[in-house]
Write a protein that binds this ligand. Structure first.
Ligand code: BGC
Length: 758
């Protein structure tokens, strides 16, 4: 539909009808194909609002959504179609590894493929919009939602943000198999004070702009059609009411023209933050800030009319918001085809199809991070291996936000291993035992039913008996693979933890097994960085499996038995202890830099009872093979013409000018005996500036798979734009001077070279 027609439609709509376009209700209010007016009325939603509803969240299924759409359009005064939105995060039914694990792949194609698969399945099921990607930068492992992010790094997050949006939307979200992306949570939701969900966020404007905003901006530049507000306050203002953030930063500076949707009930929460006396005032503040859709409250649909008629907020602002919603429907082609791709046959064809499962498995294989390996892995088929732990036969490995994924469709470690080494299992040379539960009854997780502990069989067996059997198996084995981890409900929304260790019983199990067999390989299932000091001390190999998704067990079996080498790298620093948190590599120089040659000097920026460094740094991860690097080489490319191997040098060394590109290259060789991937990482440090700059920042990464003995030149580009930051005058610029570039296998690499920007 042409824009003029949309504008004409808007003119025809009554005030109430326009307001109701901004109203969004959850699918749970539907009874069959119509909304249950009783429960809706209890929540303050009138029959008229329901009839003129603008969008629905959380409803799925081609046939059902088609009927809902048909019914709705018939009754709607202007026959305007509904938008169906849902949280399709790391998959719809075929579940990929959680987003944090995808970050560990250090390969944005993993995220792109995951988004494509999710869009294909979700669109067939009638969904038009996903509330993804979440691109919140995360640096506090206590916060449960770190699992939904791609990690602690500005650059990594930005690269992934773009790939995810492109994966969901393709070139045109109207096209078959595509859905619209909603970037969230704007802004800085990933930095709640003390890691406690929904808490206040305190950031300087410089930190906000340099570190937190770039990933949202990358997603918007990639064409994301929606943005979601965040629950938190920023500069003491709840985002949903923050006019500076939404109108100036988001719309004016970033040029976002799409729909801004509130997070769940966030408009009403403006009043709970004490910024408004009631829902009406909250609605006025939200509309003034430019929040278009009201998710799940009646603030807009019950109070905006009165506020507009009383002149408390202008109808023009309402019209702007409604037009944006109509435009979104139009961009998705709903005025021509309100059902879009909803089709029961296509649902059957795509959901959990072999192609999707195989993509999910490949993705999982790229996300595992090998932290330790003292000659333990890969396993040999001839070895006697005892697989022990509550995650051996566990299918709830999809992650907290896989709300449409079903555990029954997932492959457990036991199933994966039984398939991979069938003969060894049949011969009794490979054994499986649970050892203990994931959590004890006392380790209460609010909102979690302890009776529904995990999906493993044999719940009636006492913990003593489970442990006894596990110890028997461990004694008879050459090696023990211990599958341990957090419960799915211990991360995700509302999953903040003050302690980030493994659950108590599992640590007890580890200690007992270690007393009878020292050849322990720990495989971890989790949604956040954990304190792994004791795990490291008691085992000879540690591999992170995160929450690996539908094909987790197959991917783990393939990796443990050496069909593929682990190639993930840490997307967040793993702290030495929770007391270090937030700990991240891109920290700042203090005036009292901790010097290792002065261990007795307490007056340095340090802990007296712990190291400053995390247990495992950002970017770290081992492989079954080893890699060797040659020195870094730099050369400048002018006007897209490389000046060959003769870099321009003056007294300051290599000089880069505006409009030129610095090419940073390094040769990497696989020096081991198996194929493996190295994640070559490039960091840059601004050696002197008008404000304190991070000690280094990731500016490029490249995952290269190399055969034994194979070597390759890996090349990165540095441009002026990549060196920009907010200087003393808050200008986004580069200051002339010296820079250091580091290239290596993690964020602690010391392989470096110098250049200057003139
Ligand atoms: C979460 C959002 C999510 C929304 C809708 C909220 O609680 O913060 O990330 O998209 O619910 O389910």
């Amino acid at each position: 539909m042409e824009r003029e027609k949309l504008e004409a439609l808007l003119k025809e709509m009554t005030l109430e009808e326009k307001i109701n376009q901004l109203f969004q209700l959850h699918g749970s209010f539907f009874e069959g194909d119509t909304i249950a007016t009783g429960p809706a009325a209890e929540q303050g939603f009138s029959e008229r609002s329901i009839q003129e509803l603008g969008s629905v969240l959380g409803a799925i299924g081609a046939d059902s959504l088609k009927r809902i759409q048909k019914n709705h359009m018939e009754k709607h005064p202007h026959h305007i179609p509904l938008l169906f939105m849902a949280d399709v995060i790391n998959g719809y039914k075929t579940i990929f590894p959680i987003p944090l694990a995808q970050g560990a792949a250090f390969n944005e194609e993993v995220a792109r493929t995951g988004a494509e698969v999710a869009a294909r399945e979700a669109s067939a099921a009638g969904i038009h919009v996903t509330f993804s990607p979440m691109v919140d930068l995360v640096r506090d492992a206590r916060w449960g939602r770190v699992m939904e992010s791609n990690g602690e790094d500005v650059y990594l997050n930005s690269v992934y943000a773009k790939a995810l949006v492109e994966g969901y939307q393709g070139d045109d979200p109207k096209a078959e198999g595509k859905i619209a992306a909603c970037v969230k949570h704007f802004a800085a939701y990933g930095a709640p004070t003390a890691g406690r969900d929904y808490n206040n966020v305190e950031l300087s404007e410089r930190t906000l702009r340099d570190d937190y905003l770039p990933a949202y901006e990358a997603a918007i530049k990639a064409g994301a059609l929606l943005v979601m507000t965040s629950f938190n306050t920023l500069n003491r203002i709840p985002s949903t009411a923050n006019q500076w953030l939404m109108r100036k930063v988001l719309r004016e500076e970033m040029g976002f023209q799409g729909v801004l949707i509130s997070d769940w009930a966030a408009i009403e929460e403006i009043a709970k933050h004490d910024l408004a006396v009631d829902k009406k005032e909250a609605a006025v503040l939200a509309l003034k800030a430019g929040t278009d859709i009201d998710m799940m409250t009646n603030c807009y649909c019950a109070y905006l009319k009165e506020a507009i008629e009383a002149g408390e907020v202008s109808e023009d602002l309402l019209d702007e918001a409604v037009l944006r919603v109509l435009e979104l429907k139009n961009k998705l082609g709903l005025f021509e085809n309100p059902y879009k791709d909803a089709d029961a046959e296509q649902e059957k064809r795509w959901i959990l199809c072999e192609e999707h499962r195989s993509k999910s498995r490949k993705a999982a294989e790229e996300t595992f991070v090998l932290l330790e390996n003292d000659h333990m892995l890969p396993l040999k088929e001839t070895e006697r291996v005892a697989f022990i732990g509550p995650y051996v036969d566990e299918k709830k490995i999809l992650g907290f936000w896989s709300i449409f994924g079903e555990a029954k469709d997932a492959v457990s470690v036991k199933e994966g291993v039984s398939e991979r080494v069938k003969h060894a299992v049949e011969a009794g040379q490979v054994t499986f035992s649970q050892g203990c539960e994931i959590l004890t009854e006392e380790e209460f997780v609010p909102g979690f039913d302890p009776k529904e502990k995990n999906s493993a069989a044999g719940q009636e067996v006492s913990t003593e008996e489970m442990m006894r059997q596990a110890l028997e198996h461990a004694k008879q084995a050459d090696k023990v693979v211990l599958c341990l981890g957090e419960h799915t409900t211990q991360s995700g929304e509302g999953g903040s933890r003050a302690e980030i260790t493994l659950p108590r019983l599992q640590m007890e199990l580890l200690r007992k097994i270690a007393a009878v067999n020292e050849n322990i390989i720990v495989v971890l299932f989790h949604g956040r960085p954990l304190d792994l000091r004791e795990v490291k001390a008691l085992s000879k190999a540690v591999m992170l499996a995160w929450m690996p998704g539908t094909e987790g067990g197959n991917a783990i079996a393939a990796t443990l038995y050496g069909d593929v080498s682990p190639s993930g790298r840490l997307p967040m620093s793993f702290p030495y202890s929770v007391g270090q948190v937030p700990v991240f590599y891109a920290e700042f120089h203090t005036g009292r830099h901790m010097e290792s040659y002065m261990p007795d000097n307490r007056f340095q920026s340090r802990y007296i009872d712990a190291p400053n460094a995390p247990l495992y740094p950002f970017g770290y991860g081992l492989s079954y093979t080893t890699f060797a690097y040659e020195d870094i080489r730099l050369h400048v490319e002018k006007d897209n013409i490389s000046d060959g191997n003769a870099p321009e040098e003056n007294n300051d060394g290599i000089a880069l000018h505006t409009g030129e590109k610095l090419l940073v290259s390094v040769r990497v060789k696989n020096t081991g005996s198996v194929k493996g991937a190295e994640v070559v990482q490039m960091y840059v440090r601004d050696d002197k500036a008008s404000v304190v700059r991070p000690v280094r920042e990731l500016k490029g990464f490249s995952k290269v798979w190399l055969e034994p003995g194979e070597e390759r030149e890996v090349c990165f580009t540095v441009t002026e734009e990549m060196l920009r930051f907010h200087n003393i005058n808050m200008e986004h610029t580069v200051e002339p001077g010296s820079f250091t570039v580091f290239v290596g296998s993690d964020s602690t690499t010391e392989r470096q070279a110098q250049f200057c920007f003139l």
